[in-house]
Design a protein around this ligand. Structure first.
Ligand code: NAI
Ligand code: MG
Length: 791
């Protein structure tokens, strides 16, 4: 039977645009203002190519005004209190629902996505997000009593889910007491402008939400503005990189949700019909313009032909056409430039020898349309398999064994999501933890909910949106009065010239080496650096590590992969054993610290005692840092699991040479990471004395590697290394900037602190939840269940 067209009327959206005379200003401080420079640009309906409206292009003066408005509103918004903010968030949810038809039509017009999706998926999820976060606003005082808002947040969003991405950004920010300046994407500004009206309608205090339309240059101005405390970005990995570089050293918090090339794995025992239906959602939802689209089909070889036949048959039934037609499956590509990008990648794929298949269904001849496309015979290293196409293009490869499936799945720079299809729950739950992805859907795909975090591993970015884990992006620890100054009081000593005493035998020189893979290793440079006491007397020498030593240390850390798989109980036992061995030699360590730093023995002994306590603290946490089962909408168990990051590079503070080091290393290894540690540059002997303690504590080689030398240069080398997943740096602002700037190769996480602000002896700031969060990343595994049996 043929479908007849079932068009949704565009009239409400057209009327809304007409009431604004087809032109929109900027929403700043609760009022509509023209851009100071008076520039505008047009947004189009990609299905027809017709212009929809003119919107303002925000420039530097407008960014200035919006940041000022947000700053001016922030204190009052926070002081309004939890319940007050919850009321407003609830009102936003209600109002979005009341205008849901208008929002759905406007979104379909401006973006080109099918009305079926905007009506049934985008807009309901937007409302759900505001409801859910009204709850978090209410609960903040009891659930996060030690936290306060970050301040003014700059938010830059893409065009693929315009209103949904706005909700993901604005709801948690407002719930936690921040104010925002949001820039929608230049192709899809309209629903954000309608949302600004909704903010005005509910009487949201002026300046809490500011909407600036504009292109990438407006985004760049926002990221560079000194008055912004955090940037939240969703978009391409390329722009994510630019933003990391532009914000390096500025102290801004940063969360990035970037590209993906997510695998969709079908094992031979899967329900193949269900899997193929899932695949349709994975790659043809939203024309494939989905950061977590299941764009790489990996299918077990013995069922591949059957799967391909079913996919091709299903593709024949997909209707490409007008977004406003309720029977349309695939709407328009957002803009001509994206259509060109897709076309060009598809041509490259054909030139590389992959086999293309498209259905016989035709696309409309005007507007931006691209037919659903399947590629087989795709080589794992080809452009098609590696590049994010961001269109309705599925590429396929086969595997023979589960191990090969995991290897292929992880053969990508990205790590946003994955789908696993098998009827064998044991196999699914074996594969899911092995996939490098922030979300894993078992026998399902593209499930989202406000109660679950969403975000990437690797070059898909960092930070989470949604759920409790998403809230941390919008809070910081409450400022506390300092118990004592941690600043470096002692000036750097100058070496004395030492004349040998007459008749004295030369002392037996001991130059500690580096510690790599559980063994002492000579530095590659062959050079050593003297360690001086405060009077300038030489206490010893340490090796000067180089790039080569860092490479070896990272390789050793990568070789310690089984540590990540070991259980928390085992890791706890090793940390207790470490404490035992350290306690046995505590006097010796205290003496060394006292000699290096000039502190009295009692103070140094206190530092060692605190180290012992910290060993116990993280031994305690090693088997207790539980994940969660999120209560996502629908019938799912959504398991939020805390996973280690992999290799963490740790640059230690100058002061508290033993406590500073252990405060950072212990949480990292307790959570299953391996580390490359750069000890205090001035007082490294506490670290080198630690080798023996590590050796006697059953810690596997490679879990802690120690490279002495010039801390800031070595930290930058660690930040450049693509096998390092995160760098923690405690040092100077300049060194921190170098680390953040160098981190963009593999988009690694960074955690930078100013050493003059850290008091390691303070047990509230020197240890705790923030350290555990920095040492882990949350993976959400969705396992749907169905009512197969009715009682
Ligand atoms: P984009 O990353 O340029 O755009 C995203 C947002 O960033 C937009 O609001 C844009 O105005 C803004 N922006 C651009 N340059 C900026 C800068 N220098 N500083 C601050 N903000 C800036 O993405 P684009 O060019 O629209 O799409 C290109 C490709 O990126 C797509 O084909 C797709 O592969 C990928 N992409 C991925 C998305 C995701 O959700 N992961 C979303 C959009 C695009
Ligand atoms: Mg548009």
């Amino acid at each position: 039977m043929e479908y007849g067209p079932a068009p949704e009327s565009a009239a409400p959206a057209q009327q809304w645009i007409a009431t604004h005379s087809g032109a929109f200003d900027l929403y700043i401080g609760g009022v509509w203002r023209k851009s100071v420079a008076g520039e505008t640009f047009e947004t189009f309906d990609p299905a027809t190519g017709q212009p929809l409206a003119a919107v303002a292009q925000a420039g530097a003066d407008d960014v200035e005004a919006a940041v000022e408005a947000a700053r001016g509103a922030q204190a009052a918004w926070w002081e309004l209190g939890a319940h007050g903010r919850a009321r407003y968030l609830y009102a936003l949810a209600r109002q979005v629902q009341k205008h849901s038809r208008l929002f759905a039509v406007l979104e379909a017009l401006d973006n080109g996505k099918p009305i079926r999706e905007t009506r049934d998926i985008d807009i309901p999820l937007v409302a759900r997000h505001f409801y859910h976060h009204a709850g978090w606003a209410q609960l903040m005082p009891t659930e996060m009593p030690d936290y306060q808002p970050v301040g003014v947040i700059g938010q830059i969003i893409p065009w693929n889910f315009p209103l949904l991405m706005l909700a993901w950004k604005i709801a948690p920010a407002l719930a936690m007491g921040n104010t925002v300046v949001l820039k929608p994407a230049e192709y899809t500004p309209l629903t954000a402008l309608l949302f600004a009206e909704v903010c005005a309608e509910i009487g949201l205090p002026a300046g809490v939400v500011n909407i600036l339309t504009g292109d990438g240059s407006t985004g760049a101005l926002l990221t560079q503005h000194a008055g912004i405390d955090k940037i939240a970005f969703t978009g391409s990995t390329e722009v994510g990189r630019l933003i990391r570089q532009a914000t390096a050293g500025s102290g801004k918090k940063l969360s990035l949700e970037l590209g993906g090339k997510s695998p969709f794995l079908i094992f031979d025992d899967a329900d193949l019909d269900a899997a193929v239906e899932g695949l349709v959602d994975a790659i043809w939802f939203n024309q494939g313009q989905v950061c977590c689209a299941g764009s790489r089909l990996l299918v077990q070889e013995n069922v591949a032909d059957r799967v391909y036949r079913k996919v091709r048959a299903r593709m024949e039934t997909l209707r490409v056409g007008s977004p406003l037609d309720k029977t349309t499956d695939i709407g328009a590509i957002v803009a001509p430039v994206q259509l060109e990008r897709i076309t060009s990648l598809v041509q490259q794929g054909q030139a590389e020898g992959a086999t293309l298949w498209q259905s016989a269904n035709t696309c409309p001849s005007t507007g931006c349309f691209f037919p659903p496309t399947l590629f087989t015979d795709v080589a794992p290293s080809s452009v098609l398999a590696q590049e994010e196409i961001f269109g309705p293009v599925l590429v396929s490869m086969t595997f023979r064994t589960p191990a090969e499936a995991v290897e292929l799945a992880n053969n990508t720079r990205y790590g946003l999501a994955a789908s696993v299809w098998t009827e064998n729950i044991g196999l699914a739950l074996d594969i899911a933890p092995k996939l490098k992805a922030g979300t894993v859907w078992v026998n399902s795909t593209n499930l989202f909910d406000a109660a679950s975090g969403f975000g990437g591993y690797r070059e898909s970015g960092y930070g989470r949106e949604g759920g409790r884990e998403g809230l941390w992006e919008y809070v910081k620890v409450k400022e506390r009065p300092k118990t004592r100054s941690a600043s470096i009081a002692t000036p750097k000593p100058v070496a004395k010239e030492v004349l040998p005493a007459a008749n004295a035998l030369p002392s037996i020189d001991r130059t500690p080496k580096l510690y790599i893979a559980g063994k002492q290793a000579r530095p590659d440079s062959g050079y050593s650096i003297p360690v001086l006491d405060p009077q300038g007397n030489v206490l010893g020498h340490v090796g000067e590590g180089t790039r080569k030593d860092i490479r070896n240390a990272v390789e050793a850390a990568r070789g310690a992969g089984s540590w990540a798989k070991s259980n928390g109980h085992l890791r706890a036992q090793i940390l207790y054993y470490l404490a035992e061995n350290l306690a046995y030699r505590s006097t010796e360590f205290a003496a060394q610290i006292a000699r290096m730093t000039g502190q009295n023995h009692a103070t140094a002994m206190q530092e060692v005692d605190l180290c012992l306590e910290r060993c116990y603290f993280y031994a305690a946490w090693a088997d207790k840092y539980d994940g969660a089962v999120h209560q996502t909408a629908g019938r799912n168990v959504t398991l939020a699991m805390n996973e280690p990051l992999g290799v963490i590079g740790i640059a230690c503070p100058t002061e508290s040479p033993l406590l500073g080091l252990l405060s950072l290393v212990l949480p990292a290894i307790a959570m299953g990471n391996a580390t490359v540690v750069l000890p205090s540059e001035r007082y490294p002997l506490a670290a080198t004395d630690l080798y023996q303690v590590l050796e006697t504590s059953d810690l596997p080689g490679g879990v802690i590697n120690i490279v002495t030398g010039k801390r800031d240069s070595l930290a930058e080398i660690l930040a450049q290394h693509d096998e390092v997943a995160s760098v923690w740096y405690v040092g100077t602002p300049e060194g921190g900037k170098r680390v953040e700037h160098a981190s963009t190769g593999n988009m690694k996480r960074t955690w930078v602190q100013d050493e003059t602000q850290c008091d390691w002896r303070d047990s509230v700031v020197g240890q705790g939840a923030e350290f555990l969060r920095q040492a882990t990343q949350v993976k959400n595994i969705w396992i749907p269940y169905t009512d197969e049996v009715s009682w």
